[in-house]
Structures are given as structure tokens and as C-alpha cells.
Design a protein around this ligand. Structure first.
Ligand code: 5RP
Length: 262
């Protein structure tokens, strides 16, 4: 089975598998969204089933909730958990300060709420997600549907005074209809090329009426677990200033590697 995985998928898998080791009995755990987070949920499900790990998970999307239940994880809402010990999630880009772009999967709003309500946030990513400057990946901004074209115009106007390379904004589509988030909102993808001041941009975007949240995660992530296609894993801790290296073996397991829908 694992022979069929691409190097990128192997990298995502080893990052997820290594980060799953951070979860301990009794924890309340934020479960991210996306293909890397789906590996994490699978790994945690295996630990629940095979090792008797006991924890409760707060998913960041309906699709993560479905997968978590499917693999035997006890799912609770954020209101039930109130506060989380750890959140583990993927990212579209991360830089040396562990500032992130998230929301490629359209779940940025719940992801930001859940990550912010956690003692620590751990990002799991393949090495290709590391960038010197954020912005090559289009920045997702969640908007309420009411008057979204006016909101788009206001955002474009705001971008004129921001330190960015491009200013093109496109409404995310799902076929011939606008993409709808779990909260019933739209997503505008900002093609900025390079973001000079991510902290300022994150604050300014959230001031525009109609904007619910943006995909810049600043000072939220504590650690990143970077996976490589050859099984190497690097754990970088921004608070401790440490980098530890590890290597994981791929173990063939039909349950873990089959039917990965995300
Ligand atoms: C979803 C996200 C994901 O974490 C991000 O898009 C990374 O996805 P993947 O692990 O599939 O590369 O922010 O909203």
C-alpha cells in the first residue's frame, strides 16, 4: 500500500505520525482539516484502537468530524471542551517565525478559533510548505455572502496601501457555484505573490465590514513538524528555539492507508 504513496504523501504521513505522539491520555485535542490532518486523524484512530489511547477531539470541519468518528475518536464540540490542550493542523505555508497561511481547504474560521483556544498549536506539513515570505499561496479570506462584491471592492482598495506584490482577488468556486464554508460563508482568495507585513495585513483585513476572518495565523503556532519524503521528520519549537530530528519507518497497514478521502 505505502509503495503507492507519492513522496509528498509520505512526507505528510510521517509528519502526522510524529505529531500524533504528542497526544496523551485525557487530553482535549483540536483536530485540523486537510489531507495532512486526515493522516493525523487516521494515526490517532489507530492509537485509540490498538493502544487504548483515550482523548477527546474537537474537529475543525464537518469532514474532519466525520473521519474522526469513523476511526473511533470521541468527538466533542468546542463549547463542551471550552479549552484545548493541543491542536494539530496542516498549513498551506509557514515561515521561519511559524507565521502561517491556512484555509486552502476552506476551514480557516473554525481552525483559527480552535487553534487560538489551545495551550499549544502544532502544524504538520511536508517540507514544500516552508517559505521565506508568505504569499505565493493565495490568501483565503472568509466573507459573509451579503454584499460580497462590495466587500471584495473594499478589500482591493485596502490592498493598495499594503506591502504586497499582487492584488488580484477571486471568489472561490465549487464547480459553477460559489464555495460555501461550514458557516455558510464565501471565500475570497487573494493572489498577493509576496506579503511584506503579514501582521499588519491580518489586522487590516479583519477591519473590512463583511470579512469574517482571514487565513493568516500570526503568533498562534508553537511547533511545526516537517515531514520529508524519505521518512525524515524535523520538529521545530519556536518557543524553546530547538530543532530535533527523527526518522520514521513506513509500516504497511491496510486500515490506515486505504480509503483516505481527503
Ligand atoms: C484547511 C487548511 C489545511 O490545513 C491546509 O490547506 C493544508 O492542507 P493539506 O494538508 O491538504 O496540504 O488550512 O483549511
Amino acid at each position: 500500500m505505502t509503495g503507492a504513496l507519492s513522496p509528498i504523501d509520505k512526507a505528510k504521513f510521517v509528519a502526522a505520525k510524529r505529531a500524533a505522539e504528542f497526544v496523551e491520555d485525557g487530553m482535549r485535542v483540536g483536530l485540523g482539516t486537510g489531507s495532512t490532518a486526515a493522516w493525523l486523524v487516521r494515526c490517532l484512530g489507530e492509537m485509540v484502537r490498538d493502544d487504548g489511547l483515550k482523548f477527546r477531539g474537537v474537529p475543525t470541519s464537518t469532514r474532519t468530524a466525520e473521519l474522526a468518528r469513523e476511526v473511533g475518536i470521541e468527538v466533542i464540540s468546542l463549547d463542551e471542551a471550552r479549552w484545548l490542550d493541543i491542536t494539530i493542523d496542516g498549513a498551506d505555508e509557514f515561515d521561519a517565525d511559524l507565521a502561517l497561511i491556512k484555509g486552502g481547504g476552506g476551514a480557516l474560521l473554525q481552525e483559527k478559533i480552535v487553534a487560538t483556544a489551545s495551550d499549544q498549536m502544532v502544524v504538520i506539513a511536508d517540507a514544500a510548505k516552508e517559505v521565506e515570505h508568505l504569499g505565493a499561496f493565495p490568501l483565503p479570506v472568509e466573507l459573509i455572502p451579503f454584499g460580497w462584491q462590495t466587500t471584495q471592492a473594499l478589500i482591493e482598495e485596502t490592498l493598495v496601501s499594503m506591502d504586497v506584490m499582487g492584488r488580484n482577488a477571486t471568489l472561490r468556486m465549487n464547480g459553477d457555484r460559489p464555495f460555501i464554508t461550514d458557516e455558510g460563508n464565501h471565500i475570497l482568495d487573494l493572489h498577493l505573490g509576496r506579503i511584506g507585513n503579514a501582521r499588519q495585513l491580518a489586522m487590516v483585513l479583519n477591519q473590512v465590514p463583511g470579512v469574517v476572518e482571514n487565513g493568516l495565523f500570526i503568533d498562534i503556532c508553537d511547533q511545526v513538524v516537517v515531514g520529508f519524503g524519505d521518512g525524515r521528520v524535523e520538529v521545530r519549537d519556536i518557543n524553546a528555539g530547538t530543532v530535533t530530528e527523527d526518522r520514521l519507518d513506513f509500516v504497511e497497514d491496510d486500515n490506515l492507508f486505504s480509503d483516505l478521502g481527503d
